[in-house]
Design a protein around this ligand. Structure first.
Ligand code: SF4
Length: 739
């Protein structure tokens, strides 16, 4: 076994943190690969097709995969650089454990496994089964998502399993289920190219789903009108026909006002409303008082622009409405989503060619990861863990008694609260970095410190992993076979390109061994990923997310199959609802009445500025991987505070001045990036960094009452010009002081 420094400081001294990694000259591109492996990018929900070059069981580069129908060889900067994570010197190559007073030391797998299982048994024996919780990530394959759901309920026997999609797509998922009974975008991206009007709301497509931009440009080439709703003039907004610079939190006021204009002008599809929907009257009653003056006041958008947007939408024959975290990361995220869906239903433009609606999934398997029982209230096939029929069916598939199946557990942030209350004492997490990605992260750090035992499975030593008692070295995307489901609902194949290096293990094998040591090995005796997928197919059968008819062979032969696919002879469903039969109990699409309500924290005298957060093109989520790749760091080396020149002038702030941002949770300093592309009353910080550079030191843990998503997109802050010019040296000093 390789020798590891025995303290965390020495590990960091030797391997990182965040050391920019550029492969040795001559390592990539100069040797003929042993093989090319067709697979997919490991990052965002587009899951672009890519071919990895393999040399001597290492990923040595990539080639475009021109034939894959979604991206046809196109990749964004993250996709181009994703291969560099594989040989990174920071990669965890063996399990390590924290030894009180001595720091960290390498251990063998037997020690890691036996200590973990002993602690799980001790904690559950002392405090009860639910005192041991699990958190996981949706960058994992469908097979792992499914296995995690089963592992938590059958092996750990805990109700407290949740996932980091809780920070991403859950508002959209809840809104979709209310309206349609099913949680998936309605059409494949191919339909987008021919839509007459496209609304993109709260989705920085060019930076966060870059390869999708091509489809929007093609629609523009075909004459589409593009409406972008965003507090910032994001790259897509620069070529849009109409940019609506909504005040963070004003989305449902905008969509409600637009619905009122549609009604006033009778730009409605009465046949669709009368025959295929429910709740129209209640929805329009909720917005009957929304005139344009009210809308301008509550959205911050000039009323002429709101009218123009409604007119474009109202008169269109075909249209697409897409949104992402910009309208979903709110304590009223589900209401925002529902209010946008009301516009789609009122005009009946869904379930037809070139007419669609959907959320743009952010995480690698954000779509599949939210279907297979990975959530605290869910069973495979998007079934409900509180529904007796659903419980009985899944208990049968798993070979357990239904009464032994745990009930609904706590969501991700509720688990943090439960640790503080002393109800959760132990935790296992996989591919989740809550210390960077959850709001108010000082509170999260205190929770991690309170755990009696914490196991972290990951590929790099994340900020969160540093609080773990045991860190198990897991596998990267290219080291395990499986499937993922792209943002358009297409199930695609991930191929194992190399075997896990050093003393790392495949995540699936780690979970199976833990299950066996917990006495449930007979229910986790999968020899291949395909065997897991075949069980998942059966478990999903009859659920709204029905994968039964999808096989590995079909996926490979067709370069993806769209679910639902209920039988082996079914071709899959690229476009939903063409038969006008929705997945709700009454078969109708449902309007949801939405009354605008303000964000939890609105600007006031003490905290007069709105803070909003988001992503940049070269980084992915909490940056555990992308913050280690030199060429991605070069593109955006540190989080900058975007501020409008007028607001900057008020505080005497100039370019690269270090600005202290203070909220009711804490304070942190960021170099200013003075830009005209943001509202004058709002500042923006990207959230991919940890420690003193973390935007989530500042954000508020206000949760949506239905989806429990945190309100990353709105809180109030103060700005203080420190009078110091930021420099690289300063940045490094700040980082080191945190370490
Ligand atoms: Fe494609 Fe997303 Fe990967 Fe970029 S990050 S290459 S858009 S899958």
């Amino acid at each position: 076994m390789a020798k590891l420094p025995t303290s965390i400081d020495k590990i960091i001294e030797k391997y990182g943190p965040n050391k920019a990694y550029v492969p040795q000259s001559g390592f990539h591109g100069t040797h003929e690969p042993d093989k090319l492996v067709k697979t997919h990018c490991c990052y965002c929900g587009m899951q672009c097709g890519i071919q990895l070059k393999v040399k001597d069981n290492k990923i040595a580069g990539f080639e475009p995969w021109m034939e894959f129908p979604f991206n046809e060889g196109r990749l964004c900067p993250k996709g181009v650089m994703r291969y560099m994570q594989n040989n990174h010197p920071d990669r965890l190559m063996f399990p390590i454990q924290r030894v009180e007073g001595k720091g960290y030391e390498p251990i063998d797998w037997e020690t890691a496994m036996s200590r973990t299982v002993n602690e799980i048994k001790r904690i559950q024996g002392t405090y009860g089964k639910d005192a041991f919780a699990m958190l996981s990530g949706v960058s994992l394959t469908n097979e792992k998502s499914y296995m995690i759901g089963k592992f938590a309920r059958v092996a750990l026997k805990t109700a407290n399993l949740d996932y980091n999609g809780r920070l991403c797509m859950v508002s959209a998922g809840a809104g979709n289920k209310k309206a349609f009974g099913l949680d998936r975008i309605s059409n494949s991206w191919a339909d987008l190219k021919h839509a007459e009007v496209i609304i993109i709301a709260g989705a920085n497509v060019s930076e966060t789903f870059p390869t999708l931009t091509h489809y929007i440009w093609q629609a523009r080439d075909n004459g589409a009108k593009l409406i972008v709703v965003d507090p910032r003039v994001i790259p897509l907004a620069r070529t849009a026909d109409l940019h609506l610079p909504v005040r963070p939190g004003g989305d449902s006021a905008l969509f409600g006002a637009m619905l009122k204009i549609l009604v006033d002008n009778d730009w409605l599809d009465h046949d669709f409303i009368n025959n295929y929907t429910e709740g129209f009257q209640e929805a329009i009653d909720a917005v009957k008082d929304y005139d344009l003056d009210w809308a301008e006041e509550h959205t911050g958008i000039p009323k002429e622009k709101i009218l123009e947007a409604a007119t474009l939408w109202g008169k269109a024959k075909t249209s697409f409405l897409l949104h992402a975290r910009g309208i979903e990361h709110h304590s009223k995220g589900v209401e925002n989503v529902s209010s946008s869906i009301n516009l789609v239903l009122a005009t009946g433009r869904i379930g037809r060619p070139y007419c669609g609606y959907g959320t743009i999934t952010g995480q690698g398997n954000g779509q599949g990861g939210r279907e297979h029982g990975h959530k605290c209230d869910q069973l495979p096939g998007n079934r409900d863990i509180t529904n007796p029929e659903h419980r009985k069916y899944i208990a049968g598939v798993w070979g357990i008694d239904e009464k032994d199946m745990p009930w609904k557990g706590l969501t991700a942030y509720e688990q943090i609260d439960a640790i503080h209350r002393g109800e959760i004492k132990g935790m296992i997490s996989i591919c989740f970095n809550p210390l960077v990605s959850l709001p108010n992260n000082a509170y999260v750090r205190e929770a991690l410190e309170k755990l009696e035992f914490y196991i972290n499975i990951d590929t790099f030593l994340s900020e969160t992993a540093r609080y773990a008692d045991i860190i198990m070295a897991g596998s990267l995307h290219e080291e395990e076979e499986g499937t993922v489901t792209t943002a358009e609902g297409r199930v695609v194949k991930i191929n194992e390109a190399i075997t896990p290096p050093g003393d790392t293990r495949r995540d699936g094998e780690i979970l199976m061994e833990l299950a066996a040591r917990l006495g449930e090995g007979d229910k986790f005796s999968f020899a291949t990923s395909e065997e897991i997928f075949n069980e998942l197919r059966v478990a999903s059968k009859g659920g709204t997310a029905d994968y039964y008819g999808i096989t590995y062979k079909k996926v490979v032969d067709n370069m993806g199959i769209f679910w639902p696919c209920p039988s082996l002879d079914h071709p899959g469903t690229p476009r939903l609802w063409e038969d006008r039969k929705f997945a709700t109990p009454d078969g109708k699409a449902h309007f949801v009445p939405v009354k605008y309500r303000p964000a939890t924290e609105m600007p006031d005298e003490e905290f007069p500025i709105t803070l909003t957060t988001g992503r940049v093109v070269s980084q992915y989520l909490s940056g555990t991987s992308t913050r280690r790749i030199g060429k991605l760091i070069d593109q955006y080396p540190e989080p900058l505070l975007e501020i409008h020149p007028k607001l900057a002038k008020k505080y005497g702030i100039e370019q690269r001045d270090l600005v202290k941002v203070r909220t009711r949770r804490g304070e942190a300093s960021f170099p200013a990036n003075v830009v005209t592309t943001i509202r004058e009353d709002t500042v923006f910080i990207p959230y991919h960094w940890g420690g003193k550079s973390s935007a989530n030191q500042l954000t508020i843990a206000a949760l949506d009452p239905v989806s429990k998503i945190p309100e990353y997109k709105v809180c109030s802050c103060q700005l203080v010009n420190t009078g110091v010019k930021s420099s690289k040296e300063l940045r490094d000093t700040a980082y080191q002081s945190w370490i």
